[in-house]
Ligand binder design. Sequence first.
Ligand code: NAD
Ligand code: UDP
Ligand code: UDP
Length: 507
Amino acid sequence: MKQFLAFGVTIVLVICLYKSWGSPTNGVSHYAYDDGDGSVIGGEDNAAIDQKHRRAGPSPERLVLSVADRSGQKQQPNDDAAAGRPGPLDDVELALAQSKPQRPPLRKGAFVAGSALERHHVPSLNDLDPDDLDHESRLNELHEAKRQILELERKIQELEGRIPRKYPDVTFLNYKNRKRILITGGAGFVGSHLVDYLMMQGHEVIVADNFFTGRKRNVEHWLGHENFELIHHDIVNPLFIEVDEIYHLASPASPPHYMYNPVKTIKTNTLGTINVLGLAKRVGAKVLIASTSEVYGDPDVHPQPETYWGHVNPIGPRACYDEGKRVSETLSYAYAKQEKVNVRVARIFNTYGPRMHMNDGRVVSNFIIQALQNQSITIYGSGRQTRSFQYVSDLVDGLVSLMASNYTQPVNLGNPVERTIQDFAEIIRDLVGCKSKIIELPAVEDDPQRRKPDISRAKKYINWEPRVPLQEGLMKTIDYFRKELARSNHSQRNIFVPETTEFRSLL
Ligand code: NAD
Ligand code: UDP
Ligand code: UDP
């Protein structure tokens, strides 16, 4: 009987001891401990989490995540590393240690209060059996795996930096209101801004571009969006798709670009326009043709109203573009008359803004780049020739308003504030704040001497006029070019993002 009682007392004692060390059900982690003043390190939440850990052990996902969580943290040098020993236990080692057959009694209170890791009452490397070679080699494998995971994470981060994390929150349009819109030349300077605008409006946008002067980078923030499609297509070849509206912008626009291959420039503006009009005719789409102030040539009427027929040299260096655009207009009205195609013609004056080409040889890009690099600013001729510059967002507003209107005659879209090229050079030098010299180079052939749009038609029929002052637009453009110059490789992005709340979230 005595023996039986002693056995019973022993059992009770063992149970009490077990409970005082913390059972899986007593609400306090087995690994949390009393630090002597009665407080429990770890607290209730941590205790619950610790319990979960202890029961299940970390899952593979948890392991990867925990490594990922800490990948951003700089590795701290430690004494172990300095001594050539493995560093303190990390979660990988912790998992390994826990997956090992449990070693007998973990010493209660063997840890100093502090980090979350320390709150886990786990063995240190020194506690592991040094003879356990298999265990050592598994540890090494895990170290190697962790190194590879970190390497992959770095690569993922690099790739993530190259694409926007999310798309801007575009307006939702229902099926009835949403249009399918084709933009030829949509990867170019003007086209890409138009893409942004129409995408934000909630339309489906299809860009057809041969990337002669355009770049995928200009529209890359839309790649993959369900409303966006990019087609590598030369508009000189027929294009068969179904659309409601077409903005026909495909054509090189700066003098060095359109003079580079004059025959191709003519084909793009004639054959390309025929294809666009044929497409519009087949599907009944409304079409807007991007014409130019160059149809006025070197004008002898000033400012230029749409009723002015122009003064163009048909065989000069600019003729491929000027006459190409004039034929493009002629074709539009021929298709309108004969085939009842619904056409709009925008005569666009000098436009500038972010995403212009660095080396398109135009006055805006040339002067800004020269000023940013403290090089001489080059004026061709006397500098007394004039231009009127509009910021690209104003042009986009004008194009969209014209398309939406019922007005079918040509409409000038430009800023009527006229400057001499000499003045313009000084304005840019002041805005950049450099000490560039302004020098005169020989005049270029057939350079139009005066250019300023008469925009009364645009005001009257499409209720449009430009709003962005020159100084404001130039500052944005200078900022863009400054970032372009700072790039030294492709992974350094300089994606110009328009200023709306939605777009800013892309940065
Ligand atoms: P841009 O050179 O930046 O864009 C033109 C786009 O058309 C480029 O993406 C180019 O790759 C593409 N393209 C050229 N030929 C093509 C072809 N055969 N097939 C398919 N795509 C082709 O020029 P931009 O300044 O954006 O000009 C856009 C339109 O506006 C042009 O039609 C231009 O004539 C007109 N425009 C522009 C200005 C201006 O100051 N930017 C002034 C007057 C008229
Ligand atoms: N076209 C096109 N896509 C279409 C319809 C026509 O590219 O969806 C081209 C067609 O190949 C032709 C041009 O547009 O070269 C003009 O078409 P149109 O119908 O006016 O002329 P046609 O085909 O009768 O010569
Ligand atoms: N221009 C200049 N220096 C340059 C580039 C252009 O003086 O480095 C002049 C050019 O001769 C023209 C005006 O600036 O008188 C506008 O030229 P751009 O090529 O920008 O456009 P254009 O209106 O001639 O098509």
